[in-house]
Design a protein around this ligand. Structure first.
Ligand code: NAP
Length: 292
């Protein structure tokens, strides 16, 4: 139970926003939640969350507003609807993955509307969101970070010391470039073994416990072997992030061969009908015969 209950509005109750809103209510915060498709927010009522009819309704009297929506356009559109109903002194904690132009546009919007803006994307998928073990990459003004701390610490570990808004989004792009590459590389190794007519699980057994092993490779690799693509991080989200990373790398005049290849593979998974499935479905880009 938090010592400092606050009124928190959560805009967007998809895969991530829903468990985040539930955790905040469980921790003793007063939570209002809104989702475009309203019935997706309904299950939150049983945890004491007020399900709001509109973004404006959700944010009225809120101390902290969290946005957890698909992309910067969605966040901007929803905040347009909420802006006139925000309280003085509210802290807007933007947690969606929006990339470089995205955070800049949203920070500009906040500035124009005199809203205190915290740029705080997260590392971790559905399970860490449920368990409160996300890594929160919070960047922004010190006093706003301090005010939102009782909320953010319920969601996971706040990676401190990032400085001004924008650092969180940049760190998120760097971390996701690693996660996308790791998942795609796991798919490539399993597909190669299967190409040889061998059991793809041999790869996971070979790296298990070694310096190159990761829990993530084991988790995603097992999902690929089972063809179980129940979504934690949908392939469409991975494809979107790959484009954000590629655009950032291009603007910095960095080499983009790796991220372009990753983007191509995630796009292939989406085009094969796996957009709503987990990113592990990138496996179908390596082994098209498995795409069913
Ligand atoms: P999700 O389940 O697909 O939810 C997306 C949310 O955005 C839904 O609430 C959806 O509303 C809403 N939305 C989309 N377009 C909208 C619009 N134009 N206007 C209003 N609402 C709109 O996605 P998620 O996995 O929770 O991800 C949310 C954000 O967190 C994304 O930026 C994602 O990249 C990031 N993220 C995800 C993960 C993960 O593992 N899933 C991890 C870290 C960060 P409807 O329900 O009406 O469609």
């Amino acid at each position: 139970m938090t010592d400092e209950p606050m009124h928190v509005a959560v805009l967007g109750t998809g895969i991530m926003g829903l468990p985040m809103a539930r955790r905040l209510a469980d921790a003793g915060h007063r939570v209002s939640a809104w989702n475009r498709t309203l019935n997706k927010a309904e299950p939150l009522r049983e945890y004491g969350v007020r399900v709001a009819e509109s973004p404006a309704d959700a944010v009225t009297d809120a101390d902290v507003v969290i946005t957890m929506l698909t992309d910067a356009d969605a966040v901007g559109a929803v905040m347009e609807q909420a802006a006139d109903s925000l309280s003085d002194g509210v802290v807007w904690v933007q947690m969606s993955t929006v990339g470089e132009p995205g955070w800049r546009a949203l920070a500009r919007f906040a500035d124009e509307h005199d809203i205190t803006f915290v740029d705080a994307p997260v590392l971790g998928t559905r399970k860490p969101a449920e368990d409160g073990t996300l890594k929160v990459l919070a960047s922004g003004p010190d006093d706003a970070l301090k005010r939102s701390q009782p909320v953010l610490e319920v969601l996971g570990t706040v990676v401190g010391g990032l400085g001004a808004a924008g650092t969180g989004s940049r760190l998120k792009l760097a971390a996701n470039s690693w996660v996308l590459a790791l998942t795609d590389a796991t798919a490539a190794a399993i597909a190669l073994l299967q190409g040889f007519g061998l059991d793809g699980e041999l790869f996971l057994r070979a790296i298990e416990g070694s310096a190159s092993d990761t829990e993530y490779a084991q988790l995603k690799g097992r999902a690929m072997l089972a063809g179980n693509y129940s979504p934690s991080f949908p392939a469409a989200g991975a494809a979107k992030d790959a484009q954000l990373i590629a655009a950032a790398a291009r603007s910095l005049e960095l080499d983009t061969q790796l991220i372009d290849a990753l983007a191509g593979h995630f796009d292939t998974a989406v085009e094969a009908g796996h957009g709503g499935d987990d990113m592990a479905a990138v496996f179908v880009a390596h082994a098209p015969q498995q795409s069913g």
